[in-house]
Ligand binder design. Sequence first.
Ligand SMILES: [Zn+2]
Length: 152
Amino acid sequence: MTPDELCPLCGGTVAEVRGLMHWSEYDGVGGTILGGRCSACDTDLRRRVARGESPAWRALVPPPELLRAAVSAEELPALTARFERVTLFGQWWAEFLAYRQPGDEVWRFTGVDGTEGFAIVRQGRPLTQFLTPDPDFERGLLEREAKQSRSA
Ligand SMILES: [Zn+2]
């Protein structure tokens, strides 16, 4: 096994490998995005297999220094309600929460470009992440809902 095939964080073997996306290009050559989970440190991993790109696994996590605060258990239902209004995000959020094991926490983080995200954190180490919908899109959705409830 080459280093490219192992977890970039701990060198563990990658389990639960599955195809997430595949695309074709005009000349018939395409690429694939694979997902996996490190069997040793349990980090969520992605790998792009495409021409001209490194096929190494990458950890789908924010750098720990971007973590801001733990989300309380009381706040989670409101976040679930928020993301369930946006197509696909409700499902992604449910999959994100399903990553947790007893004792894991949900933390809020701010990406280097200002995006809002959440991470599952185990003993201070982020294991996977969820990025929130585009803020302009969410604002538009709320405005449409408010308009509809006024006219109803
Ligand atoms: Zn690992």
